[in-house]
Design a protein around this ligand. Structure first.
Ligand SMILES: [Zn+2]
Length: 140
């Protein structure tokens, strides 16, 4: 980590004109000392890159299959989660619910319905490495 102001080794972070920068011990005087841990969701336009958590694309399929595994109707699942039947239906039809609903579903089904976004690399890697032989193996 380099100091954003002079390029020397950064030792801390400081709030300089409202922007949190990595700074060295010399440049810390240019800003107010900022807390080291930046809480996610605090400010969307944060200067530092953050891991973004998103809801899994196939949440609708997961919810539907987990619900059917447990032999619950949409209404029964809704009651257990404190959600309306229409919310469950919308999720199964592909609607992305808010995180608090996702959290409830994860807890109830004991599954993961969220993912962190920088997974593009992995997917690309798999695609490049995949040969016809591999594809046959997967189908088995
Ligand atoms: Zn510096």
């Amino acid at each position: 980590m380099e100091c954003c102001i002079c390029g020397k080794k950064a030792v801390t972070r400081a709030n300089v004109d409202g922007v949190v920068l990595d700074v060295c011990s010399d440049c810390v005087k240019f800003g107010k000392a900022a807390p080291k841990v930046i809480m996610p969701n605090k400010q969307k336009q944060s200067f530092l890159p953050e891991m973004e958590i998103s809801i899994k694309f196939d949440i609708s399929k997961i919810v539907k299959s987990e619900r059917e595994k447990m032999n619950l109707t949409r209404e029964q699942l809704g009651i257990k989660l404190g959600e309306k039947e229409s919310v469950i239906r919308k999720i199964e039809e592909g609607w992305m619910p808010p995180f608090n609903t996702v959290n409830k579903l994860e807890k109830f089904f004991k599954v993961t319905l969220k993912e962190t976004t920088p997974d593009i690399k992995i997917k690309k890697h798999v695609k490049e490495e995949l040969t016809i032989g591999d594809m046959l193996k997967i189908e088995d």
